[in-house]
Design a protein around this ligand. Structure first.
Ligand SMILES: [Zn+2]
Length: 262
């Protein structure tokens, strides 16, 4: 954008709807210097990989004291349905009140050329805010083990630790998915793999298996060495006893011989 606009705020979207085929991913609050108005710019990701016709969103805005300003605003994006848009929306902006300091965005409906239409009134507003636990925060040895596990994957993103809640699970890409969904609708990762691979206990066990094997090999080596020593002792012992008896015998003989001299 040119100098006409000042970016007041750039944020990622924290709330994600479990069933909506389009998700808002980024937002920026802009100030138009020429018209002296505020604009909200949104960027969306198309999870269906299909051709979309329209997207309608609802935007609720708040002032700096977190008081809602007016009613929810709705905005309809008319999309180029001739092609598959993976990410879109950031070429247009929604006018918002000048006092806007915070905002909340929800998807209201998605009309598609290639897949089923989606409507929040039929599916319900099922937005959740996942707690994101970055993989980088895991201990270094577990991160190393996780890298080995990830090599086995054909698809899926691993940035966060996956976890499960009552009615949804959060994928290792950070996307919450409905409990009934066995594959992440954002990155294609399988639910059980994501939950397994990024679980600390699983990784710790995997890490300890080779260590345990090494320890066992070491122990069995020691046992073999000890057994060898034991055998040698058994051979040496009679030799020792024989030597003692021999020495006593020689001493007695010597005593008898020398005694005769005195
Ligand atoms: Zn995912």
């Amino acid at each position: 954008m040119s100098q006409r606009f000042d970016t007041l705020m750039k944020v990622g979207i924290k709330k994600v709807d479990l069933t909506s085929p389009v998700e808002p991913i980024k937002a920026a609050l802009l100030k138009d210097r020429i018209d002296n108005i505020m604009l909200l710019q949104l960027k969306f990701s198309n999870l269906t990989k299909g051709k979309l016709k329209t997207l309608t969103v609802g935007v609720t805005v708040y002032d700096k004291n977190k008081n809602q300003i007016g009613n929810e605003l709705t905005h309809k994006y008319i999309l180029d349905s001739a092609k598959v848009l993976k990410e879109f929306g950031d070429r247009e902006a929604i006018p918002v009140p000048k006092e806007t300091a915070e905002f909340d965005v929800r998807v209201i409906s998605v009309k598609s050329k290639t897949s089923n239409d989606w409507d929040v009134t039929l599916n319900g507003d099922r937005r959740v805010s996942p707690r994101l636990k970055p993989i980088k925060e895991l201990p270094a040895d577990l991160q190393g083990q996780l890298k080995k596990e990830v090599k086995k994957l054909s698809k899926g993103e691993v940035t966060y630790q996956a976890y499960e809640e009552n009615n949804y699970w959060v994928c290792s890409c950070g996307r919450p998915n409905d409990t009934n969904e066995n594959t992440c609708i954002r990155c294609g990762m399988k639910k059980d793999l994501a939950l397994n691979y990024t679980d600390e206990t699983y990784l710790r066990n995997k890490l300890e298996v080779p260590q345990r094997k090494n320890q066992e090999q070491q122990k069995s080596k020691e046992r073999k060495n000890n057994a060898g020593k034991h055998k040698l002792n058994e051979v040496l012992k009679p030799i020792g006893i024989g030597m003692v008896i021999g020495l006593v015998f020689i001493s007695v003989a010597f005593f008898l011989l020398s005694g005769s001299v005195l």
